[in-house]
Design a protein around this ligand. Structure first.
Ligand SMILES: Nc1ncnc2c1ncn2[C@@H]1O[C@H](COP(=O)(O)OP(=O)(O)O)[C@@H](O)[C@H]1O
Ligand SMILES: [Mg+2]
Length: 451
């Protein structure tokens, strides 16, 4: 066995005997499947899309239908997010050379740790499944599969398969350059691996604004509502939410790219806590505890709670912004900069009508999280989703308590002043109970490499 494959998905697999990777392979091996490049400029991602013909034959995956009522919509396109992965935990991932697209364009690239890449897929998957219920309005895209290939399988088999699906290399030289680069790095560093998250496609809206990475006011309000849902339901904050990490489609928008997300249920580093205090003259724990008892339903407006809802929204957005800034300081070891989510804040807070915009955000939170009352049976209830996972129709990460995780990252963790430690206790203990940390389900089926 030369490939290690793990399968967790958010799309429904039509044939319940098939694993999610087998389903991805079935799409790839379709004689008319076509692979095109999507993106390669960031530090670690190599993105492709795979299209199969939209003919009558039902494809292996079924996704959410347009009315958001069931997973019965044939999926003809997948997006592959590939990364170079190091699974040796005792070292820093090796440096690799830049990706050269042509004579003039070079892009710095870096190897990701297995843990980070797995975490990215797991968080996206968890948030998808848990916002799909109860009303079919997920805030992110479904993960269809998550696989890791070792260097031998990737370089002798899988990359060739991908390459053979680039139908017009002359029209898409970037796809070939990306695949050749992945192959060369994996041959040179043969202890590295290639990771691949397969997910559904979000077709960007074709307006000028959506193309230029500039979001409309309505998109910004929806995105802020989604960020608030992510914070209050999952205690996670994505500190990389620039406009490129929001995809606006014809009818809605999605958060994408969970590569830089902080789990607030875990202890913060000493550096983070100091930087937060220095930047905002407030204690991180105090601020977090203040918000910890609020849930998304507290944002549902009624006749009496308008002022309270607005105040909670303002506090939450302020806190999320501060965490965004502080995590980026920690991440880049640089001084304070604008938060990555600045464009969202400008849109909503610059100019008049802030109060009305916040009321709209509260309405959007309700719209995206409230259970439907008009359906006799809900195909997307938590119970229905759980059943599909148990039957192997949707593969998923099991989420368990795991206190040992992240220790190496948090070497300088949390030796805080007594005052802060006390304040932390309540919020952290409470939230740890709901810990999102990732463990894998044992019901993995292994797949032999294709011949
Ligand atoms: N599921 C998707 N559907 C459509 N486009 C996508 C999808 N995922 C990523 N993209 C496109 O690829 C770009 C890079 O993807 P992203 O996940 O942000 O990777 P990176 O970590 O390299 O920034 C995005 O800005 C977006 O334009
Ligand atoms: Mg990105």
């Amino acid at each position: 066995m030369t490939t290690k494959t793990e399968k967790y998905g958010g799309l429904k697999i039509k044939n319940k005997e098939q694993s999610s990777f087998e389903a991805v392979l079935a799409m790839l091996e379709h004689p008319d499947a076509m692979l095109t490049s999507v993106s390669y400029k960031s530090l670690s991602g190599f993105l492709f899309r795979l299209d199969i013909p939209t003919n009558r034959q039902t494809p292996p995956f079924l996704g959410l239908n347009a009315s958001g009522t069931a997973l019965n919509q044939p999926v003809y396109t997948l997006v592959f997010k590939c990364s170079l992965i190091d699974d040796v935990t005792s070292r820093r991932p090796p440096r690799i050379r830049a990706l050269k697209i042509d004579e003039t364009h070079r892009y710095k690239k870096q190897v990701e740790t297995l843990k980070d890449f797995t975490q990215e897929a797991a968080i996206q998957q968890h948030i998808y499944l848990n916002t799909l219920s109860p009303n079919g309005k997920p805030i992110c895209l479904a993960v269809a599969d998550f696989s890791i290939f070792d260097s031998a399988y990737a370089t002798t088999s899988f990359i060739d398969l991908l390459k053979s699906k680039v139908h017009h290399p002359e029209r898409d030289p970037n796809a070939i350059a990306m695949l050749e680069y992945l192959r060369k790095i994996l041959i040179r560093h043969n202890d590295l691996k290639m990771g691949m998250i397969s997910m559904e496609l979000a077709e960007r809206r074709t307006t000028a604004a959506a193309h230029g990475g500039v979001l409309s006011l309505q998109d910004c309000k929806r995105t802020l509502a989604q960020i608030i849902i992510m914070f209050f339901r999952f205690q996670h904050i994505n500190f990389d939410l620039h406009a490129g990490n929001v995809i606006c489609t014809q009818n809605t928008s999605y958060l994408i790219d969970f590569g830089r997300v902080v789990n607030l249920q875990k202890p913060m580093t000493k550096y983070f806590l100091k930087t937060y205090r220095r930047g905002f003259h407030k204690s991180y724990h105090f601020e977090y505890t203040r918000l910890a008892n609020i849930s998304v339903t507290d944002f549902y407006l009624n006749k009496k709670n308008e002022n309270e809802v607005i105040e909670n929204l303002q506090n939450a957005i302020e806190f999320i912004k501060n965490v965004d800034i502080t995590k980026n300081c920690e991440f880049t070891k640089t001084e304070f900069r604008l938060p990555q989510m600045q464009h969202l804040l400008d849109c909503v807070f610059k100019g008049g009508s802030v109060y009305d915009h916040l009321l709209d955000i509260a309405h959007l939170i309700r719209e995206m999280t409230e259970a439907p009352t008009d359906r006799s049976t809900n195909a997307l209830s938590r119970k229905a989703i759980r059943n599909m996972i148990q039957q192997g129709r949707i593969f998923s990460f099991a989420l368990e308590q795991d206190d040992d995780e992240d220790t190496e990252e948090d070497e300088e963790t949390e030796e805080e002043t007594e005052e802060e430690t006390e304040k932390e206790t309540e919020a952290t203990t409470k939230s740890r109970k709901r810990s999102l940390s990732v463990r894998f389900q044992t019901r993995k089926r292994r797949l032999s490499p294709s011949p």
